[in-house]
Write a protein of this length. Structure first.
Length: 289
């Protein structure tokens, strides 16, 4: 199956469509984030969520097609019955994990896409609220038309008693229902706004971490032990700690964040040793501290 029969999106992300490099045959590769180590289960995206799953899913059902995409558009599951027979593609080749720097770069792109999704939902809610407010005004006008007729003299009534009562009740109920619905729309808008702020903060935190990594690499003061699925993942730190005085100002990339060597020393305490330092950073990574 050719790649363009599935998706025209081609990028280096968690899911990468490498069908072109596989003779046109389906090859979907997955590279976990550094903090995942292995592929996380797919989780359906909730546009109201304050967080983004590591392995998010947008499941789309089209006419005679089922697609499972990530937020950047890469398809990892395809079922197509449009040609009179089932075409099923769901094999995922799990690759080695990314390092922390690459993980943060991909997550930044996904946060941007998630924020865009939230902005579109907020715009739609705002448009619906505006049109419904216009409708509320029209319904209120109809309600007042019948309600005002009650106060007219008996000879000046436009409607009979039954019609007035029916009109007042009907349009009052409509106003009440519309007001309740508008209140729910407004609550959803607030929820989206607050969740967008949470994602924006997470996105900014990731960018700040990337800036620290870039600065440390520029100063040749960067130690990367973020990939945990390789042989001897702690070796770069062990070697650096052999010369503690030279290593103090260096920055260490753990699987989920960076930390200065001097903060590792402080965390270990007065009985510092390389063995205890490694135990300390492994504890930080295990507990995501």
């Amino acid at each position: 199956m050719k790649t363009n029969a599935i998706t025209s999106t081609n990028f280096k992300g968690l899911f990468t469509n490498n069908s072109i490099g596989n003779g046109g045959n389906w090859r979907m590769e997955y590279r976990p984030y550094s903090w995942e180590t292995k592929m996380s289960p797919k989780v359906q995206i909730d546009v109201f969520s304050h967080t983004l799953p590591d392995n998010e899913e947008l499941f789309v059902q089209e006419y005679q097609r089922e697609l499972s995409k990530d937020i950047l558009g890469t398809v990892s599951y395809l079922k197509d019955t449009s040609e009179g027979r089932d075409t099923l593609r769901r094999t995922i080749t799990e690759m080695n994990s990314m390092n922390l720097e690459d993980s943060l770069k991909i997550q930044d792109r996904k946060f941007a896409a998630f924020l865009n999704m939230k902005q579109e939902a907020m715009h739609e809610l705002k448009s619906n609220l505006q049109s419904r407010m216009d409708g509320l005004f029209d319904i209120a006008q109809e309600h007042h038309k019948y309600a005002d007729d009650i106060d007219r003299g008996w000879a000046a009534h436009v409607y009979d008693k039954e019609t007035r009562a029916y009109g007042v009740s009907k349009y009052f109920d409509k106003m009440t229902k519309l007001a309740e619905d508008n209140g729910n729309y407004f609550k959803k808008y607030i929820e989206l706004s607050e969740s967008a702020e949470a994602i924006s903060r997470a996105k900014e935190a990731g960018r700040e971490e990337l800036s620290r990594i870039e600065s440390a690499k520029r100063l040749n003061a960067y130690i990367d032990i973020s990939r945990r699925d390789i042989e001897k993942p702690n070796e770069p730190l062990i070697k650096a700690l052999a010369n503690l005085a030279a290593a103090k100002e260096k920055r260490v990339a753990l699987s989920h964040r960076t930390i200065l060597v001097q903060d590792i020393i402080k965390g270990v305490g007065k009985d510092f040793s390389i063995k205890k330092a490694i135990e300390y950073v492994e504890m930080l990574m295990k507990k995501r501290l």
